[in-house]
Ligand binder design. Structure first.
Ligand SMILES: [Zn+2]
Length: 206
């Protein structure tokens, strides 16, 4: 099955006087104008050229370009120009644009929420930390246990996970050693990958 290629819409179909079918000699022809487009999985991505044909209503013969007069060719050309490609010839591009826009906005919202939660921490917040050592990412957790005017106090679990964990096991619990950090430097903490508010012990992350 083809996953991409070209296809066409019928943009206009109208009776046309002024040409005698070269096969049956009847003046019962119709002009059809097509808009060609590039598709992926049958979703139109962007329009390509337009084309026009003169078909005979009587014998169904499609009159080839060399079978019509120059005046008819000129008419076909101007008819093509007068018909616009439909907006949905861009459906796929618009869809892609909306997806990218959605991802951009939601990642900005997530980043904003994260910064806000780091800047104004609450007791009980759990932070997923990440750091890079010799090209490998390592993950661990810390929990906010105290907040005052100028410092933040956390306890950590001393486990370094090699992959981003999706939950903390009970055995991964935080130890009792408390770390104090100045709020001002905490705000610039880029080691914090994610902040979980209302953390519960059996909570699944992500
Ligand atoms: Zn004909």
């Amino acid at each position: 099955m083809l996953i991409f290629g070209t296809n066409k819409f019928k943009l206009k179909h109208a009776p046309f006087k002024g040409h005698r079918c070269v096969r049956c000699d009847r003046e019962e022809t119709a002009i059809k104008i097509f808009g060609h487009y590039f598709h992926i999985f049958f979703i139109p991505i962007f329009p390509l050229k337009k084309s026009a044909i003169i078909g005979c209503k009587s014998c169904k013969h499609i009159n080839a370009p060399n079978e019509v007069d120059q005046s008819v060719k000129d008419f076909m050309k101007s008819a093509k120009q007068s018909v616009k490609q439909p907006w949905y010839a861009y459906s796929g591009s618009m869809l892609l644009f909306l997806i990218v826009l959605g991802i951009t906005i939601s990642s900005k919202i997530i980043a904003h929420n994260k910064t806000e939660k780091i800047m104004s921490p609450e007791v009980g917040d759990v932070h997923l930390l990440w750091s890079n050592s010799f090209g490998f990412w390592e993950y661990s957790y810390q929990k906010v246990i105290g907040v005052n005017q100028d410092s933040i106090w956390v306890v950590r679990n001393q486990i370094m996970y090699e992959f981003r964990p999706y939950r903390m096991a009970t055995s991964d619990s935080f130890d009792t050693l408390q770390y104090g950090t100045k709020r001002s430097s905490f705000a610039n903490e880029n080691k914090i990958l994610r902040v979980y508010r209302d953390y519960k012990d059996d909570m699944n992350f992500r």
